[in-house]
Design a protein around this ligand. Structure first.
Ligand SMILES: C[S@@+](CC[C@H](N)C(=O)[O-])C[C@H]1O[C@@H](n2cnc3c(N)ncnc32)[C@H](O)[C@@H]1O
Length: 302
């Protein structure tokens, strides 16, 4: 008999800018025809909120192993705590939720700011880091994750009436899925060693900003400029030579300037598909619209 937890599908436990839920169908259409039949390793070097990870692991039981990585230490700490310590994490989140929900708007803001300082102090245990990471994500402005040059999380308080800080069922479902996932923290290059003939990479780096002002400031201190995009292209060449398949997403500079060929040039050895996505184009909320995004791959479907 299927238990209650097993019947619940796992979905991202945080909101993350650039989430890929709306592109899952396009990713599915790009996968090779035999994909569901072979035992393979799935690797995500920039996992973020994990929308593709949770979808692919539930859709394809033939993925016998997965490896995820991200440079964000607190995010990776949270994945680890969900994997190894989910009951304590849920208890911690319920405590925070009941303290926060009963407060007035003004006191909620003070509560949020004090938890944000505690989070930035880094003098907290992994379980507290994970609980605060989820709490801040669910109550901050637009679920953004942005850090200043000192690496401190600096997003202001958001205004949600009744945020779901502890989604117990989903955390348990995520924990179950993560049992078949190896979790590492660092630069994407660390995942090169997993490339081989039976591996698939889904690569979702910070996007190249379309305009100087659209640049959503960093997920991590240091940022991701054109040299980083080229270093990532070199990584794609290397894993491709080792026999791995990859699918990579990025912004399409042609939305702004039809003559701009940055990605067409650097990825000229690979396939580039243009797909449509609904994204925030300007920093103000009115700028949401449908724009083209790139899906770059070395997958040849026959
Ligand atoms: C576009 S987000 C990924 C979105 C995610 N796939 C989703 O669906 O929600 C990019 C991620 O890359 C991470 N990152 C930035 N620079 C990195 C680097 N050099 N190596 C690994 N991860 C990096 C950021 O912390 C961020 O989580």
């Amino acid at each position: 008999m299927i238990s209650r937890e097993e019947s619940i599908s796992a979905k991202p436990f945080v909101k993350w800018v650039g989430g890929k839920t709306q592109l899952l169908n396009e990713i599915k259409n790009t996968l090779p025809n035999h994909f569901g039949q072979k035992q393979i390793t799935y690797i995500e070097p920039f996992v973020g909120g994990g929308a593709v990870l949770f979808w692919i692991l539930q859709q394809y039981p033939n993925i016998e192993r997965a490896v995820i990585n991200d440079i964000n230490q607190e995010l990776i700490c949270t994945y680890n705590e969900i994997k190894n310590n989910v009951e304590s994490l849920i208890a911690e989140l319920f405590k925070i939720q009941s303290a926060y929900i009963g407060l007035t708007e003004e006191s909620r803001k003070d509560f949020y700011l004090s938890k944000r300082s505690l989070f930035n102090s880094k003098h907290i245990s992994p379980i507290e880091t994970a609980a605060l990471f989820i709490f801040l994500n669910k109550t901050c402005f637009n679920g953004l994750y942005r850090v200043n040059s000192k690496g401190e999380f600096n997003v202001p308080h958001g205004k949600y009436k009744n945020p779901r800080i502890c989604d117990e069922d989903n955390l348990i479902a995520v924990s179950r899925i993560l049992q078949r996932v190896d979790i590492i923290c660092g630069d994407f290059a660390k995942t090169k060693c997993f490339a081989g003939p039976y591996s698939l990479y889904y690569i979702d780096p910070p996007y190249k900003p379309l305009t100087a002002t659209s640049s959503f400031t960093s997920y991590a201190k240091g940022g991701f400029d054109d040299n980083e995009q080229i270093r990532l292209r070199d990584f794609c060449n290397d894993i491709s030579k080792k026999g791995a398949l990859f699918i990579a997403s990025n912004s399409d500079p042609k939305n702004i300037d039809p003559k701009e060929t940055f990605f067409d040039t650097i990825y000229n050895k690979f396939m580039i598909k243009r797909v449509s996505a609904s994204r925030m184009i300007n920093s103000d909320a009115s700028g949401r619209g449908s724009i083209s995004e790139l899906m770059i791959s070395n997958v040849i479907s026959i």
